[in-house]
Every structure is written in structure tokens, then in C-alpha cells.
Design a protein around this ligand. Structure first.
Ligand SMILES: *Cc1c(COP(=O)(O)O)cnc(C)c1O
Length: 392
């Protein structure tokens, strides 16, 4: 224990803390000084710069106030209806599943591949029924799913594909960017994500008509021209054409996102450096490390996870989490498997053992800090403490 670095003078390393530069601060202050806080020119600029990053144009994107909202709206724009079934992974954040439920559909889980931790296409096919209408692959930790197999299943069975790209803004597969394989890609700009706006999200759609519908749904169901009421183009009446939601992004959020997005590649490089350093430093430990990125793919390095098997490590996952916190290092769990949560057990009768690969990850996984904000000495402190906890 004595060699453990739990000096109480160390600052607590907050897990997933974003890196905020002066540019973001100045841009937010500029919005405040202009007193234009809500949806306006900065949201438009953020949309077009995001679209450019994805190799497309503004007609294919819609900024919203979270990835959860993006998933919900995409589900509706995809035509998912009550009575429909939508297949997703048990190794994800609850919002993925909740969005399916909010659309009125029934979520169905298909277990993960234990190595990639992504949804296993063979398991998807086993769960397809005559009611299946959609599939929501999640590019877990930033590792792209097997989109070739998933898209061929989607074509074979006529399924809509909504990619949950919350971890995957930079991910690519065979030169194609995450979010451009399916009908929709949904992105998160939550505070811990690779690009942040505090809270925020983006919908990317293959068909521009889906974006038009998404924009109506995201702003009370008002006609598209309603977005123009924020401009000086003269008075425009809007009409409510369906019962929509209040999911629009504010300029205050886009102000942060514009500068975060400008640094997306340099932040990616810094996380990749840390991720690779962890891979090297932990190679001799009795843990399961993430598998290396597959050839022809680009990993977004959103999470770095270790699996702590108590039989091999001599310490339980939960005891490891507590030991890290004693060392003043914030850690995460991504995630308990979906079927471990009481709500889903009660509502859908799911049992963790029905998804054994996700269950095992859910019981053993730990996420280490991986923010571009980490200094070199923060990274050394994480490495030192992980090694000493697992060796003691
Ligand atoms: C963060 C996250 C979401 C939800 O994103 P919000 O922007 O917080 O709504 C959805 N899916 C996954 C996999 C996530 O990690």
C-alpha cells in the first residue's frame, strides 16, 4: 500500500473533464454580449462545420440539445411506430434503449462480441422477427461496429439503421465515417464526450427529407420556416404541423462546439497517445486490455477500459474502483449491462444471463481517465496507481 500514490495534496482527477480553451470562453462571452443566446447564427455555423467534418453539407444535419433527443427524433423520422421492434446492444448507456421506448417501440437486445464489445451481427439476426423495423448499433468506446454485416442484414430484412455515434465522432471504417453507414447517425456533445457543448447532440441523415422532418420534430412540430423567425428576414408566420418536442440547440452551446470541433483532430491525437501508453504500460498486468483497432478502421479513443477479473487480479472490480478513488483518480463504469437494471427487468423480463458477454463486461469493466486535458504527470499518476493496485 505504501508505494501507492494517495497523497491528499493531489488534486482529484475528475473523470472525463473536458478541455476548455480561451476560444470557447471568448465565443460564449461574444454570444452573451450580443444577447443572442438561443438558436441562431452560431448553431448554423456549427451545423455546417460539423457537416463538413463528416464530408457532407448542412442539408444532412440538424443540431439538437442532446444525443438522447437525436436518437428519439431519428426513431420517429425513421417511421418507427408502436408495435415495432428495434434491436440494440446491451452494452450501452440507457439513453439508447430509452429512445426506442419513447418512440413507442419495443427494444430487443442482441449480445455483444466479447472482443470488440460491439453488437454481434449473428446475434442480431437471431433476434429478428416479423415485427423488427430497426437496429441501433453503438460504436462502443469509439470502435466502429461491423457495419458491413449490419448493413447487409438491414438490406436483407428491410430495417432502418440508426447509428449511436455518441463515442464515435472520429470513427471510420474502410474510409467511411461513422454515422454515414445507416439512415441516421446520432452524436453527443455531453460534457465528457470527445467534442462537447456542455449538453448537445447532432443528427446526421442520408436523406435530406429526414433532416427536414427531424427539424420540425425538434422544434414543437412547427414548419421549417419557424427556424427563420430567429433571423431578421422579416416576419414569418409558422404553422404547427405535428406535435413536436423542444430539442433545439442554443447558440451558447454551439459557441463552445465550434471551437471544440476545430480541435477535434488534435484532441484525438492526444487521446490516442494516452490510450497507446496505457496499452504498453498495462501489458504485463493480469487484466484484459482493449483489443487493438482493427485494420482498415479508425478508433475514436473515447474510452480506455480494463477488465478486472477478480480470480486473475486478486481484487474485485468494485474494490479496484474504490482504490483508484482513494488515490484521488476519478474512474468510470461503461457500463453495467442494460439487463442488469431493474426497470428493464420488470418491464421486458430481461435477465443479465441472457446476454452473457455483455454481463461479463458489465461486471468487470473500468474506464480510466482519457481526456486531452490530462497532463503528462496526470497520466503517470494513473499508470503508477493502476500498476501498484493490481500488483499489491
Ligand atoms: C452519452 C451517450 C448517449 C446520450 O448522450 P446525451 O448527449 O447525454 O443525451 C447515448 N448513447 C451513448 C452510447 C452515450 O455514451
Amino acid at each position: 500500500m505504501s508505494e501507492r500514490h494517495n497523497n491528499s495534496e493531489d488534486q482529484f482527477l475528475i473523470f472525463g473533464q473536458p478541455q476548455i480553451h480561451q476560444d470557447e470562453i471568448d465565443e460564449v462571452v461574444d454570444s452573451l454580449r450580443k444577447a443572442w443566446l438561443g438558436t441562431g447564427p452560431k448553431v448554423s455555423r456549427f451545423e455546417s462545420e460539423f457537416a463538413r467534418y463528416k464530408g457532407t453539407d448542412s442539408a444532412h444535419v440538424a443540431a439538437v440539445n442532446s444525443c438522447t433527443a437525436a436518437l428519439h427524433i431519428s426513431m420517429l423520422a425513421a417511421g418507427i411506430e408502436p408495435e415495432d421492434e428495434v434491436i440494440t446492444t446491451p452494452m450501452t448507456f440507457c439513453a439508447t434503449v430509452n429512445a426506442i421506448v419513447h418512440a413507442g417501440a419495443t427494444p430487443v437486445l442482441a449480445d455483444i462480441d466479447p472482443v470488440s464489445m460491439n453488437i454481434d451481427p449473428a446475434q442480431i439476426e437471431k433476434r429478428i422477427t416479423p415485427r423488427t423495423r430497426g437496429v441501433v448499433p453503438v460504436h462502443f468506446a469509439g470502435r466502429p461496429c461491423d457495419m458491413k454485416s449490419i448493413m447487409s442484414l438491414a438490406n436483407k430484412y428491410g430495417l432502418k439503421v440508426i447509428e449511436d455515434c455518441a463515442h464515435a465522432i472520429e470513427s471510420e471504417l474502410d474510409g467511411r465515417k461513422a454515422g454515414t453507414f445507416g439512415d441516421f447517425g446520432c452524436f453527443s456533445f455531453y460534457a465528457t464526450k470527445n467534442v462537447t457543448t456542455g449538453e448537445g447532440g447532432m443528427i446526421l441523415a442520408r436523406d435530406t427529407s429526414d433532416i427536414e422532418r427531424a427539424k420540425i420534430l425538434a422544434l414543437h412540430g412547427m414548419t421549417k420556416d419557424a427556424w427563420k423567425r430567429f433571423s431578421d428576414a422579416g416576419h414569418v408566420h409558422y404553422f404547427v404541423v405535428e406535435c413536436g418536442f423542444k430539442y433545439n440547440m442554443m447558440d451558447l452551446q454551439a459557441a463552445i462546439g465550434i471551437h471544440q470541433l476545430a480541435r477535434v483532430e488534435s484532441s484525438w491525437n492526444r487521446r490516442r497517445e494516452i490510450w497507446e501508453r496505457y496499452q504498453d504500460e498495462f501489458s504485463g498486468l493480469p487484466v484484459v486490455r482493449p483489443t487493438e483497432p482493427e485494420a482498415g478502421s479508425r478508433h475514436a479513443y473515447h474510452l480506455y477500459t480494463l477488465q478486472i477479473d477478480p480470480k486473475r487480479c486478486g481484487i474485485s472490480r468494485d474494490a479496484f474502483l474504490d482504490a483508484m478513488i482513494d488515490c484521488r483518480i476519478g474512474v468510470g463504469v461503461h457500463y453495467l449491462s442494460i439487463a442488469q437494471h431493474p426497470y428493464y427487468q420488470q418491464r421486458f423480463g430481461w435477465r443479465p444471463a441472457d446476454y452473457p458477454n455483455a454481463w461479463k463486461v458489465g461486471e468487470e469493466t473500468v474506464s480510466l481517465p482519457l481526456s486531452p486535458k490530462l497532463s503528462q504527470s496526470d497520466v503517470e499518476r494513473v499508470i503508477h496507481n493502476v500498476r501498484s493496485i493490481l500488483r499489491s
